[in-house]
Unconditional design. Sequence first.
Length: 90
Amino acid sequence: MGRVVVEVMPKPEILDPQGKAVVGALPRLGFTQFSGVRQGKRFELEVEGEVTPEVLEAARQAAEKLLSNPVIEDVVRVADASQESSGAVA
């Protein structure tokens, strides 16, 4: 079974109140290294079999038509999840 990851973010010109709230809270918690936050969405789509270029294209089309609001959001990434690094934090 394969998995496709789709990431959607607000367009740069769109206000991001959730990101603004997070960036305001970070220094209060001792995290002073960060000057900005944008909050987006991540979807994981499971597929039967391998993730092929055709599957990735179908996922991109689904992201543009259903998973995102094209007026205020951009689809920033569509990728085969097996190609990602684990991203695990020790």
